[in-house]
Every structure is written in C-alpha cells, then in structure tokens.
Design a protein around this ligand. Structure first.
Ligand code: BG6
Length: 482
C-alpha cells in the first residue's frame, strides 16, 4: 500500500512546523519507500519565495534533523517541491493554486488525489477550508485535509470551524492531528490493556483506585507567549493530549482494532463523561502560573505576555465517567511549564487490602511516555535479611537502540493520512465532548478571576503549585510521581 499518488498542499509552507516536522517526516517516508514518485508538494505562504528557495529550505530541514542521509535521495526528493506565494484571504490566489495543482497532477500522474495540510495560524483554517470549496480546489480522486491544533478555543468556535471544514470535506476525510497519538507509549496503551489477560482482568473499578496522568515540561513558554496568552495550559494540553490519553485508558474494549471500532469505543465512553459542577471545580481543580527567580523570568515577564496576565501555565484536575470499566474511578491529571523535569507519565494505582504482613504498598503500574519509553509495575517481595516487605519494580523498557528507531509522531501520523487510517486522529464527536468539559472549567476560572487578585504563583523548576497536592477525593490518595 505504499505508492499513494497525491498532490499535497501545505498552507504555511514557510513556517516552523513545516520546517521542523513536516519536511523531515515526508523525507523519511520517502527514503523508506513509503511514498513513491507520484507525488508533489506545493508549499504556500505569503512570502515571495521561489521553487529553488523552498527546495533549499527543505534540504536544510532534512540535514538539521538527520545525521546520515544519502544526498542523492535528498536531491530527488526536493525536486518534488513547488512554491506558490499565496494570500489565504485572496480568492484569486486560489485560482492559481488550482491551476498549479492540476498541472502537477498531470505531470506526476497523481490521479486527482489531494491532501491539504493546515500548518499555519489557526485563525485562517476556516477561510482556507471555505475557499477550497468555493474555488473548487478538490481533485477528482480522494480529498483529505489535515488540521493542526488548536481546533477552536471553545466549543462555539470549534463548531464554527468544523462547519466551515465540513462544507468542503466529509468527516472521514478530516484528520485532526494530535501528535501525542503518534507517540510510541500512547500507541502501546491499547495493546497493554487488551493483550495481557493479567491486566485486562483487573482493569476495572473493583481493582483500580485512581489513575494519574502527568505531562510535565521543563521549558517555559519561550517565544510562544502571544499564542499562549490566548490558550493557557488547559486548552494547550488538557483539551487534546490529556483527554486522548484518558480516553484510551478508560474506554471499553473495542470489538476489533479498526478505526471505526476504536472510535466507537471511545465515543461510548465519552457519552458518559461527567461535566464537572461548581463543587467539583472548587475542590478538585487547581491552576497556577510560574513565578520568576534570580535567573529566570516569571511568566508575566515573558515576551508578548501581559504583565497582569492570569493565564495558567499549570493545570490539574479530575475526570470521571459514569460508564465503562472505570466508571466512578477518579482520573487525575496535571500539566505545567517549568516543572523540575520533562516527564510524561501515567500512574495506575491499584487498590490493596489487608495482608498477613500488615500494610504494604499498592501495585502501581507506570507508563512512561517521555523521555524514556518504559512501563514498570511495582511489586512487593520479602526483605533479604530483616523481616518485612520491600518493594521492587518489574520493568519493560525499550533500549536506546530501539528508541532511536522510533519514527517521529508526525511521520507516523502523516503516513496514516496517506493510507487513510484515521484511528489515531480526533473525531468531531470526541472533540465536542472534550470542549464541553473544558468550557465548563474555563468559565468557572474566568468568573473566579473577577474575584481573585492573584492566580497562584509557583516556583520554577519544582513540582508546580503545592495546592495541587490537595485535589484528591480521599486523604489516602496522593501523587505517585513527586
Ligand atoms: C504542544 C503544546 O501541543 O505540545 C506545547 O502546544 C507543548 O505547549 C508540546 O510544549 C509538548 O509536546 P511534547 O511532545 O514535547 O511532549
């Protein structure tokens, strides 16, 4: 299934995402023979670049990403790239784009297949989608569109965007990208849950006490203050990545692993998502902002950030469902910038009962997503000399060599788009539920902002705000990673 003829149009061809992720990923697919010669890429942006200049950029992007490349491969690859200076708001520009796409389609025998990639500022997504339709850019073969995040900034704007996109594309042709779904250990959640009878038989509310999802970052907002001010940690990380992870952890077993069955299982779970009420929001949700130190800026001192900003750079909370194997089990999450280290992990805390040895540790199953790819299970065993019980770990870890071979998330997901596999993309109905939840939290925080003079400030490069240690439902619960 590897020769997929296609003309790919990248809106935002001069941008950072295209440079850092899309060009290198496409090249890696190309050199593995996963895309053959019947393709061309049209990079568009406002700047007056030429084909040659775009090709140089693609060439640079490849060399910045990979240490070993065959120069002949690179040369052949970059020849598939074309540049068109294009203002997405100017209707006439779509006419030239259409002509170029048609011309390249003939030259490369692309069979009328089109792939549109929205890799630019999200405020233009709707405009582009509308003009793809009214200027009839669609080809006679398949027409797919990849949409980057953020997909809206609340339910209303997400709906509006979705309506604009669905005037030009059918739901099954819309690929809403979430790069976490391209990560190795996230793709490993379903196999872990459903191929190990041992875990499968205890993956329920009788055995699991709680689940904790942590997506911590060492970095601050860096140069992205302008975007981040309109977003905050909840929209930036929870609405998409954290919710996708939680869904994979809590959904019922799908009938098979087809995209349809997986999305059906996800939807079944999400129909039972509890939208938090004020009481829950008050008790189980916390937000904060990183403060400065002698050597680092506070969030409010970052470029393009308001000096009295109340945007959260840290968010923690609780998610619960009324159905599925984990009905009623608290799932806690937290994410933040300027944590002590980069760490993405999931801790599954099992219940424990009394033992002849007195009280012992619970069996925690940890899935580490980044920076290492590993899973470990905490088990109890005897002490060698003294009496009593000690804890040990059973570890499943990828070697450095294996880790080095793992394709970048973008590469995996792009390949999925080529072969029309939407398993690891977000469907509209999922997104709708996620936004309902997020809107509720955002509204509550916005209202709260009018009464509080300050949002919690937390010291940089530690564990975030200490208030997050109090979001648990019971005093016997606490963060496992800390
Ligand atoms: C992005 C967010 O979606 O994910 C960024 O917009 C964040 O703010 C990034 O830094 C984290 O991704 P990863 O793969 O580095 O964990």
């Amino acid at each position: 299934a590897s020769n997929i003829p296609v003309i790919m149009v990248i809106f935002g061809g001069s941008g950072d995402l295209a440079h850092r992720k899309l060009y290198p990923s496409l090249f890696n697919l190309y050199r593995q023979g996963l895309i053959h010669d019947n393709f061309a890429v049209i990079g568009t942006a406002r700047r007056p670049w030429t084909n040659e200049y775009l090709r140089e950029q693609v060439n640079d992007a490849i060399h910045e990403t990979f240490t070993e490349v065959n120069e002949n491969d690179v040369k052949n690859f970059v020849e598939h790239f074309y540049y068109l200076s294009h203002d997405v708001t100017n209707v006439e520009h779509y006419v030239s784009l259409k002509e170029l796409a048609q011309e390249l389609d003939d030259r490369y025998s692309a069979q009328g297949n089109r792939l549109f990639y929205m890799a630019m500022a999200p405020r233009f997504f709707g405009t582009i989608a509308t003009h793809i339709n009214d200027q009839k850019l669609n080809g006679t073969g398949f027409n797919r569109i990849v949409v980057e995040k953020p997909f809206g900034r609340d339910l209303a704007s997400a709906k509006e965007l979705n309506e604009q996109i669905t005037t030009s594309f059918a739901e099954e042709d819309i690929f809403r990208i979430d790069h976490y779904l391209g990560k190795e250990m996230i793709q490993n959640i379903m196999p872990l849950r459903f191929t190990n009878p041992l875990f499968k038989s205890v993956w329920d509310k009788e055995h699991i006490k709680n689940i904790q999802v942590t997506l911590a970052e060492r970095l601050g907002v860096e140069a992205r203050g302008g975007y981040y001010e309109t977003s905050g940690a909840l929209r930036d990380m929870v609405q998409n990545h954290i919710f996708q992870i939680i869904t994979l952890l809590a959904m019922p077993e799908p009938r098979d692993i087809s995209a349809t069955s997986v999305h059906q299982a996800k939807q079944e779970l999400l129909d039972s998502l509890i939208i938090p009420d004020e009481e829950m929001l008050k008790q189980h949700f916390v937000r904060g902002q990183y403060a400065g130190s002698d050597t680092t800026f506070a969030y409010r001192q970052e470029p393009n950030v308001a000096s009295d900003s109340k945007t959260e750079t840290y968010a923690a909370g609780e998610v619960k469902f009324t159905a599925g194997p984990l009905a009623g089990v608290p799932i806690y999450f937290r994410t933040g910038k300027e944590f002590k280290e980069k760490k993405s992990r999931i801790d599954i805390v099992f219940k424990h009962s009394s033992t002849p040895y007195g009280s012992v540790h619970s069996n925690n199953l940890t899935i580490e997503i980044d920076p290492r790819n590993r899973i470990y299970l905490r088990i109890n065993g005897k002490n060698i000399f003294e009496s009593g019980i000690r804890e040990e770990k059973l570890t499943y870890a990828l070697t450095d060599e294996e880790m080095a071979k793992i394709p970048d998330g973008y590469e995996r997901l792009l390949h999925d788009v080529f072969v029309n596999d939407s398993t690891n993309f977000t469907h509209w109905s999922e997104l709708e539920r996620y936004w309902q939840f997020i809107d509720k939290v955002e509204n509550y925080w916005e209202k709260e902002n009018q009464d509080i003079s300050e949002i919690i400030q937390y010291p940089p490069y530690r564990m975030g705000p200490k208030e997050a240690n109090q979001i648990f439902e019971s005093p016997t619960e606490h963060w496992i990673y800390g």
